[in-house]
Design a protein around this ligand. Structure first.
Ligand code: DMJ
Length: 672
């Protein structure tokens, strides 16, 4: 049946030949293809093989089987990783709508928002998946902002890691283009939707807002230190002042200003940004159950607008929770009587329970900064409610001030009369208290409205020229550029810490395409603001400094009068450091902020909870605590610290949000 060429004695036995007999040839001897016949015939052939031939065949089969097993295993791995990846992708896709709900650049009109969000659905929407990664820092600080949490991915997936590297590269490229402010006009995102059209678009992943899908940056050590500071402050507030306006951390009690839980409301969006979900939910409950505006109480229009209305609006935007919008509408309506004046320049005080308003007892004047720094909030309230009355009221003030005489090269006096509508106390010009945020809101309203309201821009540009012409001087010995004051033609080398908002505002203007020399000025002014801390014994700035115009042996640039040496935990320098870092990427700004945080911890932290303002920044051994934690410490100072230490430009993207003067981010409206 077969002849083996490998016969005994043959020198080579390494091949097999099979010869088929006639009966095996199809068609010969009749074709029999039955199973039994085939089995029998195969077995017969196998028996006819030599032992060597059988061994070789068995070896070949075994070899093929081993190869088969190996390739099956590796295919399985490949398949598993493909499956994992597709699950990962699915999860990312599911998360995108949630992120959009929680953190859209522009939330639409409330009817739609209500319909979509229900009473309080976003907190469950925010529920993060348990991330498999390990975070640095103390275990009690293993927290992250809700939307960042949801986007965390496993670090063990190689394919994902490669994607991340590619993504990071993309982010870096984007970042570079955004921070290159010099000479270039950089437009805000032109592609977001107009307010009336968009809940549906907001909910689905949009190709026009790809940055929302980027990997978030992990929280770093300095940010963790801010979270720790916030929690310490919050502990004091919670233990001793819950639901009241301000904590008195030393006496373990509280003070009331309006009786509206000011600190709690001011801190809401900070908690959201820092990722303090538990604290946020607890505070949210208080807002839902205990915050009542129907109270026979006089509130200051400006302070309640920037802290309460601003805080509620920004929290609504960040969380998507309609509770905050409802509360914002309530307080907004209750503040409206302030505008019922002969001139339409609002009174400073409103009784939110009675619906009456009045100026302070001693005058019929209002402060210029106060009546011109409520616009971002009221304009946004109109956009969200569709009720123009809020916007009309505040726009009228701006239009009136725009044409008012009594300015000096764009610089405004500090008071305005609610009867006549004229500036009073003419001849005194400052960028500090009573005028400061007028300048800030000129620029920010222009940005908020999509850079179309030219009168605002004109007034802003003119004012900065006025600052350069009348208020800038250089100190000795360090030649620090500072912003002084002008009183009836006399220059005073006095500068409030409040003026330190200016470098940040100038930088924001330059980022939005305004003159590049504004950025230069911002750089020199922020150095001065930093020196207001660095040249002082505690490393904390006093409320007011006087700069030396003439070099004197043994004198620094900064002089402090006994009445001015307090520190109220104010935010302005940290605020400007944040803008400067965002737009330049220069790490020195982060380092300066870090020094300031450490000094707050050293001299103002109260061991039992909370931070206190102090009376004497020049005495490190006894800074004389004042026993008060201002609401803006949580609303502004710590928030700006956290943002300053972040390298994530999408953590409150400055092309999408504009901060009100109390650090509450409000959306930049979409250009028509
Ligand atoms: C805050 O209420 C606001 O920043 C306001 O514009 C100025 N004063 C405090 C902080 O210093």
């Amino acid at each position: 049946m077969y002849s083996g060429a490998a016969a005994a004695g043959s020198p080579r036995r390494d091949f097999i030949s099979v010869t088929l007999g006639p009966e095996e040839v199809a068609g010969v001897g009749g074709y029999n293809n039955s199973k039994a016949w085939r089995r029998r015939s195969c077995w017969r052939k196998w028996k006819q093989l030599s032992r060597l031939q059988r061994s070789v065949i068995l070896f070949l089969f075994a070899f093929l089987a081993v190869c088969g097993v190996i390739s099956y295993t590796s295919m399985g791995e490949t398949w598993k990783s493909i499956t994992n990846k597709s699950l990962d992708d699915q999860r990312t896709e599911q998360e995108i709508p949630r992120l959009k709900l929680a953190n859209p650049a522009v939330l639409p009109a409330p009817q739609k928002a209500d319909a979509n969000h229900g009473d309080h659905p976003e907190l469950s929407l925010q529920k993060p998946p348990k991330p498999p990664h390990v975070r640095r820092g103390p275990s009690n600080l293993q927290i992250k902002a809700p939307w960042r949490d949801t986007r965390l991915k496993t670090q063990h997936d190689t394919m994902r890691a490669v994607e991340e590297l590619v993504e990071k590269d993309k982010v870096e490229k984007t970042e570079k283009s955004i921070i290159s402010w010099r000479g270039a006009v950089i437009e805000p995102d032109q592609s977001t939707e107009p307010p009336s059209s968009k809940i549906m678009d907001v909910e689905k992943p949009s190709p026009v807002e790809p940055e929302d899908q980027k990997e978030p940056m992990p929280i770093n050590e300095r940010q963790l230190a801010v979270i720790e500071a916030f929690r310490h402050a919050w502990k004091g507030y919670k233990d001793f002042a819950w639901g009241h306006d301000e904590l008195k951390p030393l006496s373990k009690s509280y003070s009331e200003w309006f009786g509206l839980g000011l600190t709690l409301i001011d801190a809401l969006d900070t908690m959201w940004i820092l990722g303090l979900k538990e604290e946020f939910e607890e505070a949210r409950k208080w807002v839902a159950n205990d915050l009542v505006f129907d109270k026979n109480v006089d509130v200051n229009l400006f302070e309640s607008t920037i802290r309460i209305l601003g805080g509620l609006l920004s929290t609504y935007h960040l969380s998507g929770d309609s509770l905050f919008l409802e509360k914002a509408k309530d307080i907004g309506n209750r503040l409206m009587p302030a505008f019922k004046t002969p001139s339409k320049i609002p009174y400073s005080d409103v009784n939110i329970g009675r619906g009456t308003a009045h100026p302070p007892r001693w005058t019929s004047d209002s402060t210029v900064a106060e009546v011109t720094s409520i616009q971002l909030e009221f304009r946004e309230l109109s956009r969200l409610t569709g009720n123009e009355k809020f916007r009309k009221a505040v726009d009228e003030v701006m239009k009136h001030v725009h044409i008012l005489s009594g300015k000096n090269d764009g610089l405004v006096p500090m008071f305005i009369n609610t009867n006549s509508g004229q500036f009073t106390h003419l001849g005194v010009y400052t960028l500090g208290a009573r005028a400061d945020s007028y300048y800030e809101y000129l620029l920010k309203q222009w940005i908020q409205g999509g850079k179309k309201e030219n009168e605002l821009l004109e007034d802003y540009m003119r004012a900065i020229e006025g600052v350069k012409k009348h208020l800038l001087q250089r100190s000795e010995p360090k030649k620090l550029t500072f912003v002084g004051e002008l009183a009836h033609g006399h220059f005073s080398a006095k500068m409030d810490h409040l003026v330190c908002f200016l470098p940040g505002t100038l930088a924001l203007g330059a980022h939005n395409g305004l003159a590049a020399d504004h950025m230069k000025l911002a750089e020199t002014l922020i150095e001065t603001c930093y020196q207001m801390y660095a040249q002082v014994e505690t490393g904390l700035s006093p409320e007011i400094v006087h700069f030396n115009l003439h070099a004197q042996k043994g004198h620094k640039d900064v002089e402090i009068k006994p009445a001015d040496r307090h520190n109220l935990l104010r935010p302005e320098t940290v605020e400007s450091l944040f803008y400067m870092y965002r737009f330049t990427g220069d790490k020195k700004y982060q380092d300066w902020g870090w020094e300031i945080l450490q000094n707050f911890n050293r001299y103002t932290r109260v061991p039992t909870g909370g931070y206190t303002s102090i009376n004497n920044v020049q005495n490190p051994s006894n800074p004389e605590p004042r026993d008060k934690m201002e609401s803006f410490f949580l609303g502004e100072t710590l928030k700006y610290m956290f943002l300053l230490f972040s390298d994530d430009i999408d953590l409150i993207n400055l092309d999408k949000y504009v901060f009100n003067t109390e650090a509450h981010p409000l959306p930049i409206w979409v250009p028509a």
